[in-house]
Design a protein around this ligand. Structure first.
Ligand code: TNX
Length: 752
């Protein structure tokens, strides 16, 4: 028996008597430790007190074989000193609960269900040393654990880029190791149809391949003209489903409708409103090639497709997409218009809603629950649908208030296609979601009452693969953010602690090394932030790193200096810095500063930008002397979805001013528009403003999507400058994203 005197319960990092760190991700509900350890050797028996442990034992033995070079044998007899598996009821715990006790006499694992036993083993793997040759000393612990959320998902887009079955299985293993239980398999989109449908073979033979792919970031530097594609046969799908089931992972297949349908329309042009011809898309974005909503044969086709898909996936959910469906072609299509008239639908949003509701009836009739992206809220929600909230939390909040189940997957926190570093070398879709931002995500929005909160099934991260061509890049994008995600999904809210997680992460990364995983080292990179100086006479270039090793050096006037405190910048300058270890550069950052009368002064804005484009150090980013040099993929941008920029700069002292300009992004394919109009007002006291001039002429910079809007006026003296940039409004017909709110992106306001 263990003496409680020696039992140490702590939320924080733990060491065993032998100095081995205990680092379990996701953090369990309850963990107590005692000095000492139990050693697993090749002779340690696995003792089964029941049946139904095969999946778990196979997983454990495969892991041991791969990492430590041996497997364990199963003992028929109840011998002491082994790893004991047993089923027992665990009171008041959620599905997937387990208990594990490691004593000097062996390991006891109990669970209520098979998945609990499986999760216990995932925890056990994390108690093993991260050095290959070390003895498998397992610290003495007692753990009681169960998940916070029933839905713990991770998505993978196989349409934009295709990955072989072997890699999909590896991906599933990664999810299992982090105690996730849903894999959202995005199988169809504009750039490729990836699932065999026997009744419609052209979906894959034609729709599964494209004649080229855009080079570089959208809008791209040409096309590689390489025939590209692939698909999964139904046999392969069954194989993957079975593989996932052995890891207690349910696959949610996604068959996109009514938008993102170019690949299907290319295969069968009669599915579209115009009859084509269509082509499998070679670039990224949102396209007007959508399923016709006025033609009954289209519904028959989609039902046939689902009738082949549904039997392949035993899980209860089927995802029908529903996102980003432009209404262009429906507006021009006589059949769609006829349908709207006949059903007295007031607009195309109601037609989309009709489309989804009609499909839901079919899905429900087959005993499945339909999931859709949050656009399915527009025009009326299908009665039994589960909503995946991706455009922030809004959709999830609204759905939960309507008593619909929701899965939170906001692009502000869990889009793993976004950069995890501010100075990312490789091409990504944009944005900036470092691991700490993922970790900070709370899936239950505070706007919900306790009762409404029960509709939140859980959370999921998405990996869209526009800019992810190879498995190694998939790993780079999901790791180590997957570790943070797993605590968001599994751990109790009061058990989540960033500084504790940071310590555990150091061990987790070593485990990833042991497993040969290609993870991002952004966490250790140099981070640069531009901050105001207390006297508003310049800006501070603040450098930091989480790396315990290396020295930060920066160049100034052509020579290296060791960084010790924020660098004060007061004039135009070009700075660069490195994190250096033994002459090797681990990470680098560079920044160009261009000064004007507003740089480093004070600023306030009325309407806050969107969470995911909130800028560096908030609104100060607009007057920090720094601009984006890399189009959308820069943390310099502040972005408003549908809203205006209304900024007031305080120059601290009155100055003579004759021009104001703002630097903006115009990338229509990504729904980002230059403002309709920019207005400048001046004031001496900050209350009474006089309007100077308005301007709407954008002068574009050659070779980029960026440009400047300048307002010049008769020189005037003022201390306060109000700059109002009016959002473009609703995206016009004929453009990608027509009918949606345009984004306004601004990175700098220049006053001269
Ligand atoms: C939006 S999230 C999409 C995808 C893109 C992704 C890129 C969603 C439902 N639709 O089609 O790949 O953005 O981040």
């Amino acid at each position: 028996m263990r003496s409680t005197l020696f039992t140490l319960t702590t939320l924080f990092m733990m060491y065993t008597g032998y100095g081995q760190q205990i680092s379990i991700i996701p953090e369990p509900v309850k963990l107590t430790t005692t000095p000492g350890h139990f050693t697993i050797t090749r002779n340690t028996p696995i003792v089964l007190e029941g049946a139904g442990f095969n999946n778990t034992i196979d997983f454990l033995n495969t892991y041991l074989q791969q990492l430590y070079g041996f497997q364990l044998k199963i003992s028929k007899k109840k011998v002491a000193g082994g790893i004991h598996f047993n089923f027992k009821k665990i009171d008041n715990a959620a599905e997937g609960a387990y208990k594990m006790d490691v004593t000097t006499n062996g390991i006891s694992i109990i669970g209520e269900h098979e998945n609990g036993i499986f999760y216990a083993v995932q925890t056990l793997l994390q108690l093993m040393p991260v050095e290959k040759s070390a003895a498998l000393n397992i610290p003495l612990v007692s753990i009681y654990d169960y998940p916070r959320f029933a839905y713990r998902g991770m998505h993978l887009d196989l349409s934009r880029h295709f990955f072989p079955v072997e890699f999909v299985k590896k991906y599933i293993d990664y999810l299992a190791l982090h105690k996730l239980n849903y894999f959202h398999w995005h199988l169809t989109d504009d750039q490729g149809w990836r699932i065999e449908i026997k009744k419609y073979p052209k979906l894959t033979s034609v729709g599964g391949f494209r004649n080229g792919t855009i080079i570089g970031r959208y809008p791209g530097k040409g096309n590689d003209s390489i025939y590209y594609g692939g698909y999964y046969t139904q046999d392969q799908i069954r194989e993957v489903v079975a593989y996932a089931a052995k890891r207690y992972i349910t696959i949610v297949p996604e068959i996109e409708m009514p938008g993102h349908a170019s690949a299907a329309l290319t295969a069968y042009p009669w599915l579209g409103c115009t009859g084509g011809p269509y082509h499998v898309q070679q670039t990224w974005g949102v396209f007007n090639e959508v399923f016709c909503a006025g033609n009954d044969s289209v519904f028959t086709f989609l039902q046939d497709v689902l009738d082949e898909v549904i039997p392949l996936f035993p899980g209860k959910y089927l995802h029908v997409g529903g996102d980003e469906c432009p209404k262009e072609s429906w507006k021009k299509c006589p059949k769609c218009q006829q349908r709207m008239k006949a059903l007295q639908l007031k607009d195309e949003h109601e037609l989309q809603s009709y489309f989804i509701q009609r499909m839901e009836k079919h899905v429900n009739s087959k005993g499945k629950i339909m999931i859709g992206w949050d656009e399915i809220l527009e025009g009326g929600l299908a009665p039994n649908a589960v909503v995946m909230s991706w455009r922030g939390e809004k959709g999830g909040i609204e759905a939960a208030k309507q008593k619909h189940k929701v899965i939170m997957t906001p692009s502000s926190h869990v889009y793993f296609d976004y950069s995890q570093s501010k100075n990312e070398d490789s091409v990504t879709i944009g944005g900036y979601i470092p691991i700490e931002k993922v970790y900070s995500y709370e899936p239950v929005p505070k706007e919900l009452t306790d009762e409404e909160a029960t509709y939140v099934l859980g959370a999921q991260a998405n990996l869209w693969t526009e800019y992810i061509h190879y498995p190694s890049k998939v790993e780079y994008m999901i790791f180590p953010r997957l570790s943070a995600l797993s605590e968001v999904q599994w751990s109790q809210k009061d058990k989540r602690n960033w500084s504790n997680f940071e310590k555990k992460l150091m061990i987790q990364l070593k485990r990833y090394d042991l497993m040969g995983i290609n993870y991002s080292k952004a966490y250790f990179g140099l981070k640069a932030t531009i901050l105001p100086t207390p006297d508003n006479k310049g800006v501070l270039w603040y450098l930091e790193t989480n790396s315990k090793e290396g020295t930060i050096k920066y160049t100034s006037a052509g020579r290296y200096n060791t960084y010790s405190r924020p660098i004060v910048v007061t004039t135009d300058s070009s700075l660069s810095a490195v994190l250096e270890l033994n002459g090797k550069v681990l990470s680098k950052v560079a920044q160009q500063f261009t000064f004007n009368k507003a740089t480093g002064k004070k600023i306030s804005i009325t309407a806050k930008p969107a969470d995911k484009y909130a800028g560096q150090a908030g609104a100060f980013g607009l007057i920090n002397g720094a601009r984006s040099v890399t189009d959308i993929n820069s943390p310099e941008w502040l972005g408003w979805e549908g809203g205006d920029m209304n900024a007031t700069i305080d120059l601290v002292t009155p100055q003579n001013i004759s021009s104001v300009s703002i630097h903006v992004l115009e990338q229509k394919g990504s729904w980002i528009y230059a403002p309709q109009e920019v207005e400048v007002q001046l004031s001496e006291n900050g209350t009474d403003f006089r309007t100077m001039e308005k301007s709407l002429s954008l002068s574009k910079e050659a070779g980029t999507n960026m440009g400047t809007i300048s307002i010049t006026f008769t020189p005037s003296t003022a201390r306060y400058i109000k700059v109002i940039a009016k959002n473009y409004g609703i995206i016009p017909d004929g453009q990608p994203g027509a009918g949606n709110k345009a984004w306004l992106f601004v990175d700098e306001i220049v006053v001269n």
